[in-house]
Design a protein around this ligand. Sequence first.
Ligand SMILES: Cc1ncc(COP(=O)(O)O)c(C=O)c1O
Length: 304
Amino acid sequence: MHNFLPVAYFQNQFVPFAEANISIATHALHYGTGAFGGLRGLLDPQNPQQVLLFRLDRHCQRLSNSAKFLHYDLPVDKTHEIIVDFVKKNQPNTPFYIRPFVYTSDLGIAPRLHKVEKNFLIYGLELGDYLPTDGVSCRISSWYRQEDRSLPLRGKISGAYITSSLAKTEAVESGFDEAILMNSQGKVSEASGMNIFLVRNGKLIAPGFDQDILEGITRDSILTIADDLGIPVQQRAVDKSELYIADEVFLSGTAARITPVKRIENYELPQSNPITEKLKEKLTAITENREPSYRDWIYSISVE
Ligand SMILES: Cc1ncc(COP(=O)(O)O)c(C=O)c1O
């Protein structure tokens, strides 16, 4: 059971969460014609009167791009402003997650994006750890990541998450924590809701933008941090067999943050994860606003 934040943004106004309801005939519910975002908010450990949002600008930008694929104009500054107001209205006092959502709100049938009413809503929920923080086991999914020629992979399009759901359930029902999906070229793409990284011989390796990945904001942050820490980085196609012999593998995402991978299929990975740990420590410090040189990644909101 989730604890939802008390106030939602729905039909252009702030209303109690319990009153923000949609019809069973809502177009997006049937066709997956929505797009969402996901941001974490936390209380500043140095000053709990301040809520910290990580890379709010980037999240608003990605949502605006996702909305374009739905033929909906969602200006970046408008979303930014509404999210800040949303946090102020909710006055959260625990770590939480913000879920903005753009969707075809029309009540009608026929899958299409033109001449269909659209809407934008936001709700929030308390959120702790999404995956076990000490590490996860992963199955190589029998489901493949979609291709950009059939679906805009740079948007977080609701309908795309059928593949994530199939992969996650397949993994969990066969005794693993998470799924790793290959792309149609047979290369490593990402997990069900996270990007993937490997470490081999001291180098940090991530499947590139040409590997059908979601352009993860945590992924982008990790690549920047690694560069700043002097860790050599490669973005390139990754073969499945590289995962099995990697020195370290980890997953990254807003919900999962940095989660080490302990086992992939029947291959145990080494127990020590020095680079993963170093990156995780730095990312945590940045999100908690303890790293002055990354302050521009943090948006601080007063909730007194
Ligand atoms: C499919 C998928 N890949 C990767 C990610 C990681 O992206 P981010 O770091 O922006 O949360 C997410 C989560 O948003 C996702 O849903």
